[in-house]
Design a protein around this ligand. Structure first.
Ligand code: GLU
Length: 552
C-alpha cells in the first residue's frame, strides 16, 4: 500500500530541498526590535493605480518610521493579466514620485536584496518544496477534478441552495487513497494540489487588523488550490510562502483581501509559519452627486498615477496631499512644522480611515498651489520645461526659444513673504504665461463697465509720454498715480470711497486700464515687473494697439 510520501515524490520528483533548507537560506532579518518589514506586491498589469501607490505609501511609512525595510515583489504568476514592461511602468511611477524602495525591484531593471528572487515566476521551485512537504504529511493532496466536473458540482450546490466551493463532503478528491492518486498521476491525468483543510465553517476565528480593529469570521474549510495544474501557485499560497521567507512582519494591502484572511491564517498554521500582522487599507473614495463612492479605475482619470504626471502636478504636491489622506492629523502636524521633512511625520495606523478616505482633486490643487508658491523661479522653470517637453511641445518650443525670458516670467512675484498662488500644476503654465508672448495675448478684452473708452485712451496716451522703461517699482507707481488727477481719477482709494461721485474712478482703475492694455487681463502678477520683462518695444506696441482698439 502506497503512502503520501510516495505521492509527493511522484508529483515532485525533482524537489530535493526541504523546508528546513529554505529556512537556512532565508534566515530572519537582523533588524532592531520593533523594525517592521513591509512590501508592495503588484502584478505587472502596466499602469500604476493611485490605490496601489497609496497602499505602497502606507507600507513605506510603516517601514520608515520603525527603521524597517520596504521591498517590492512582483506577483507575475497570472500570465493573462500581464502586460509587457508592466513592472517597469509601475516602478517608474514609484521612482518619479519619490517613493523609495529599499529592496527587491527598486527601479526599472534594478533588483537587489538577500531574499531573492523577488519575482514569483522565478520562485516556483520554492513553492514546490512546501507543497511537497504538505503532501508528504497528508496536509495537501492532488485533485483531478476537471473544469467541467467543477462546474457541474457548483451548479448542483447552487440547485441545492448550499454554499459553493470545494469543501467537506464536496471535496471529491479528498477521499482518494495514495494508491488511487498514484494511479491517476501515472495515467497522466492533470491535477492541481489542494490543501486538506482542517477548518470548520461553524467555528469562528478572530484577528486584529491594525486599521480595521478586531474582526471575527468563520474559519476556512475550503480545500484551497495551492498549485494550479501548470505548477504555478495561487495567490493565497504564494502569499504565505513569500511573506514568510522574505520575513515580512506586516502585510498591508487593499481591503479586498480581508475576506481571505481565514484562508491565509490556516495556510500559515499548516506551514508552521508565524503569521504576519495584517493591515487592510480601505479604497480611496470620491465625492459624487452628494454621496461618496470608490474611486474607479474605469471612470476616474485621477485613479491612474499617470494622470498627475500628464497634468503636471509636482511629485511633491501629490505626496504632500496623500499624507493628508493617509493620516487625518497630518495637516495639524504640517501647521506646526511648516518646513519639516515629511519623513519626520509620526505615521500611525490608528489615524487611518477605516471605511475609505476621501480623495479630493480640489484639495490636491490647494496643496499644490502652496507647494509651487514655495519653489524658486529656477525650480519652476525647469519643471515647466520638463513637463512641456513631454505634454505640450508647442509651449516647450516657445519657452525653450528664450530660456532667460521664460525664467523671467516665473520669477515675477516669487520668493517674497506672500508669494502668489496662481498655479496648481504645470499644465496651468501655458495659460498663466500666454500674454508674455505676442501670439498668446488676448485682444478681446473689455474695460470694466464703469470706465469709458475715451478716458482709457486719454490715460494710455498720457502714459506713453510718461513711461520710463527703467523705472523701479516706486517710480512706476508714482507715474501711474500722476495720471489720475488730470483725467478725473482719484489717486487715493480711501478718498475715492468717501466721494465716489466726484471721480471717474480711482488709481486702481488707472492701473487696470494699463494692465488690460499690456496683458489683456484684469488680474496679473506685478505689472511693473511684467512691463520690465516685456521691454519697451512690446509695451509701446501693445499700448498703441489698445488705443487703436478702444478708438474703433
Ligand atoms: N498581487 C496582489 C494584488 O495585486 C497583492 C496583494 C498583496 O499585497 O498581498 O492585489
Amino acid at each position: 500500500m502506497a503512502d503520501w510520501k510516495q505521492v509527493a515524490a511522484r508529483l515532485f520528483p525533482d524537489v530535493t530541498r526541504t523546508p528546513d533548507d529554505l529556512e537556512a537560506l532565508y534566515p530572519p532579518r537582523a533588524l532592531a526590535e520593533g523594525a517592521r518589514v513591509t512590501r508592495i506586491a503588484p502584478s505587472p498589469t502596466g499602469y500604476l493605480h493611485l490605490g496601489v501607490f497609496f497602499t505602497a505609501l502606507v507600507n513605506r511609512l510603516t517601514a520608515s518610521t520603525t527603521n524597517g525595510v520596504f521591498y517590492f515583489r512582483l506577483e507575475d504568476t497570472d500570465k493573462k493579466r500581464e502586460v509587457e514592461g508592466g513592472a517597469d511602468d509601475i516602478l517608474k511611477g514609484f521612482n518619479d514620485y519619490g517613493l523609495t524602495i529599499d529592496e527587491g525591484f527598486v527601479a526599472p531593471g534594478v533588483v537587489h536584496g538577500d531574499y531573492a528572487p523577488y519575482q514569483q515566476s522565478q520562485r516556483v521551485d520554492l513553492y514546490h518544496v512546501y507543497v511537497k512537504s504538505l503532501v508528504e504529511q497528508g496536509l495537501a493532496y492532488p485533485c483531478f477534478c476537471s473544469e467541467e466536473e467543477r462546474q457541474q458540482a457548483r451548479e448542483a450546490q447552487e440547485a441545492a441552495k448550499c454554499r459553493t466551493g470545494y469543501y467537506g463532503p464536496y471535496a471529491k478528491c479528498r477521499a482518494l487513497t495514495p494508491d488511487e492518486a498514484l494511479a491517476r498521476i501515472d495515467a497522466g491525468t492533470p491535477c492541481v494540489v489542494r490543501l486538506r483543510s482542517g477548518g470548520d465553517e461553524s467555528r469562528r476565528i478572530a484577528f486584529t487588523d491594525l486599521i480595521k480593529g478586531k474582526i471575527e469570521m468563520p474559519e476556512n474549510d475550503e480545500d484551497l488550490v495551492l498549485l494550479k495544474s501548470d505548477g504555478v501557485p495561487t495567490y493565497h499560497f504564494a502569499h504565505a510562502v513569500d511573506d514568510h521567507l522574505m520575513r515580512t512582519t506586516h502585510v498591508i494591502r487593499g481591503d479586498e483581501w480581508i475576506s481571505s484572511v481565514p484562508k491565509h491564517l490556516e495556510l500559515f498554521r499548516v506551514l508552521g509559519f508565524k503569521p504576519p500582522k495584517y493591515a487592510h487599507v480601505a479604497p480611496l473614495m470620491k465625492e459624487d452627486g452628494g454621496g461618496k463612492r470608490k474611486l474607479s479605475k474605469r471612470k476616474d482619470p485621477e485613479a491612474a498615477m499617470h494622470y498627475y504626471a500628464s497634468e503636471g502636478y509636482p511629485a511633491d504636491s501629490v505626496l504632500e496631499y496623500l499624507f493628508t489622506v493617509v493620516n487625518s492629523d497630518f495637516e495639524d502636524w504640517r501647521r506646526c512644522n511648516p518646513d519639516a521633512n515629511r519623513a519626520a511625520f509620526p505615521f500611525n495606523f490608528k489615524k487611518m480611515s477605516v471605511s475609505g478616505a476621501l480623495f479630493d482633486l480640489a484639495k490636491l490643487s490647494d496643496v499644490s498651489k502652496n507647494v509651487i508658491a514655495r519653489m524658486t523661479a529656477d525650480e519652476v522653470t525647469d519643471a515647466v520645461l520638463a513637463w512641456a517637453k513631454d505634454y505640450d511641445p508647442t509651449f516647450y518650443e516657445t519657452l525653450a526659444a528664450d530660456p532667460a525670458f521664460a525664467r523671467g516670467i516665473f520669477a515675477i512675484d516669487r520668493g517674497g513673504a506672500k508669494p502668489r498662488k496662481d498655479m496648481a500644476k504645470w499644465s496651468d503654465a501655458p495659460d498663466y504665461a500666454a500674454y508674455f508672448f505676442d501670439g498668446g495675448m488676448d485682444d478681446g478684452w473689455e474695460l470694466p463697465e464703469h470706465l469709458k473708452a475715451a478716458d482709457a485712451v486719454a490715460v494710455l496716451q498720457a502714459y506713453k509720454v510718461a513711461y520710463d522703461p527703467a523705472a523701479d517699482k516706486d517710480a512706476w507707481f508714482a507715474a501711474v498715480k500722476a495720471l489720475c488727477e488730470p483725467f478725473g481719477f482719484c489717486p487715493d482709494v480711501k478718498e475715492y470711497k468717501k466721494h465716489p461721485d466726484d471721480f471717474k474712478g480711482h488709481v486702481g482703475d488707472v492701473s487696470t486700464i494699463l494692465r488690460l492694455a499690456v496683458t489683456g487681463r484684469r488680474n496679473t502678477p506685478d505689472l511693473c515687473a511684467i512691463m520690465q520683462l516685456l521691454g519697451k518695444d512690446r509695451v509701446i506696441a501693445r499700448i498703441d494697439r489698445a488705443i487703436q482698439n478702444l478708438s474703433e
